[in-house]
Design a protein around this ligand. Structure first.
Ligand SMILES: C[S@@+](CC[C@H](N)C(=O)[O-])C[C@H]1O[C@@H](n2cnc3c(N)ncnc32)[C@H](O)[C@@H]1O
Length: 323
C-alpha cells in the first residue's frame, strides 16, 4: 500500500486532469530499439534514432503532468541511463506513479532494486504464455526461465509491485487461467491487454466469432479468480470491452492525444504508440489529430484504462493503490 500522502496526491492529480482535460497516462517510449522480436510487434532489433536526454523527459512530464508515467519502448532497459530517466520523471510523494514496462530479459535483481531506488513504483512484466512457448514467441532464448528466476529471487514485498502483463490473442486465450494461477504461485499480480493487428497488420491473432463463446466462459472464471485472490487487475468492465473489441473488431471514440499520449524517444509527442507523429504540444495533437481521429482498431491497455468512465477510473486505481 502506498503512503496516504502519495495516494491523495495521485487522486488530486487524477481529479485535476479530468477537469482540465489533461492526460491520465503518458507513455515515455525512451527507445524503439528492442532485444526481442515478438511475433505480435513491429519493433525489434537495432534502429537509428535520436534519444533525448533524461532531463527532456522530465520537462515533458512537468508540462503534461500525467497521473501515470509509463516508461516503455522498444525495451527501456536497453537504456543505461534509465535510472536517471526515472529520477527526472519523479517528484517524491507526488504524482506521477511510475511504471516500467519491460520484457524482463535484462532485469536482474540488482537492476530491479536500483530502479526502485530511483523511483519506480511498479513493473509491468510482459508474459504471453505460462511456459517456454514464451521464448519462441518473443524469440529470446530462456526468457521464461529468466523471468521465473528473477521473481523467485525477490522478496515478497518486491514481487507485490510486479504485474504480469499478458496480451490476449487467438493462440493463448485458453492459457489465461494458467497464467493467472502462475502469477498467484509466483506472488505477483496479473493484468490482460488486448491484441491489436495495427502493429504487424496480422489479423491471425485476433479472436474470431467462433472463439468468443469459449472466451466468455474463460472470462467468467477469471472474474471468479479475481474475487478470490485479488491479484488480477482487469475488471468486468475491461473484459467486457475486450469481448466487444473481438466481436466488432473496433471500438469507437478513441481518445488518443487526450486522455493518453506518447513521448517519442527524441522527446517529441505522438497521439499513440501505433501512430507515429512528431508534435511539440498536446494542444497541437488535439488540433491536428484528435479532433479528426476516427481510428478504433485497438483496445490496448493504455487506451482501455485511460478511457474508463470516471467512476471506474477512480475505483480501479484506488483498488490498485490500497491493495
Ligand atoms: C511494445 S512493448 C514495449 C515494452 C517491452 N519491450 C515489453 O515487451 O514489455 C509493450 C507491450 O505491448 C505489447 N504488445 C506488443 N505488440 C502488441 C500487439 N500487437 N497488440 C497488443 N499488445 C502488444 C507487448 O506484449 C508489451 O506487453
Amino acid at each position: 500500500m502506498k503512503s496516504l500522502i502519495r495516494t491523495l496526491a495521485l487522486l488530486q492529480r487524477g481529479i485535476g486532469n479530468y477537469i482540465r482535460k489533461k492526460p491520465y497516462c503518458v507513455s515515455f517510449e525512451v527507445t524503439y530499439h528492442c532485444n526481442a522480436r515478438c511475433k505480435h510487434c513491429h519493433l525489434g532489433g537495432l534502429i537509428e534514432e535520436h534519444r533525448a536526454m533524461p532531463e527532456i523527459y522530465g520537462e515533458r512530464c512537468n508540462q503534461l503532468r500525467p497521473v501515470v508515467a509509463q516508461v516503455s519502448g522498444g525495451e527501456p532497459l536497453l537504456r543505461n541511463d534509465l535510472e536517471r530517466i526515472i529520477e527526472a520523471l519523479r517528484t517524491p510523494n507526488r504524482a506521477p506513479y511510475i511504471v516500467v514496462t519491460t520484457n524482463g530479459a535484462l532485469l536482474t535483481k540488482e537492476r530491479f532494486r536500483s530502479l526502485c531506488k530511483s523511483g519506480v513504483d511498479s513493473y509491468s512484466l510482459s508474459l504471453d504464455y505460462p511456459d517456454e512457448r514464451h521464448n519462441e514467441f518473443r524469440r529470446v532464448p530462456r526468457l521464461f526461465q529468466r523471468i521465473q528466476k528473477l521473481i523467485k529471487e525477490l522478496e515478497p514485498e518486491e514481487r507485490n509491485i510486479i504485474t504480469i502483463s499478458c496480451v490476449v490473442q487467438r493462440d493463448n486465450f485458453r492459457d489465461l487461467i494458467a497464467i493467472a494461477k502462475l502469477a498467484k504461485e509466483w506472488g505477483v499480480n496479473i493484468n490482460y491487454s488486448t491484441y491489436t493487428w495495427l502493429r504487424t497488420k496480422d489479423k491471425g491473432y485476433m479472436l474470431t466469432k467462433k472463439d468468443l463463446a469459449e472466451f466468455k466462459l474463460i472470462v467468467a472464471r477469471l472474474l471468479d479468480f479475481r474475487k478470490r485472490y485479488k491479484n488480477l487487475f482487469a475488471t468486468e468492465y475491461v473484459f467486457g470491452r475486450m469481448i466487444r473489441f473481438f466481436e466488432n473488431g473496433f471500438i469507437p471514440d478513441c481518445r488518443a492525444g487526450q486522455t493518453f499520449l506518447i513521448v517519442n524517444p527524441d522527446g517529441t509527442l505522438s497521439p499513440c504508440g501505433l501512430i507515429n507523429k512528431k508534435y511539440d504540444t498536446q494542444e497541437e495533437i488535439i488540433q491536428d489529430f484528435s479532433r479528426m481521429n476516427v481510428c478504433g482498431d485497438c483496445n490496448t491497455s493504455i487506451r482501455a484504462n485511460s478511457e474508463k468512465p470516471a467512476r471506474y477510473l477512480m475505483r480501479d486505481n484506488l483498488w490498485t493503490l490500497l491493495k
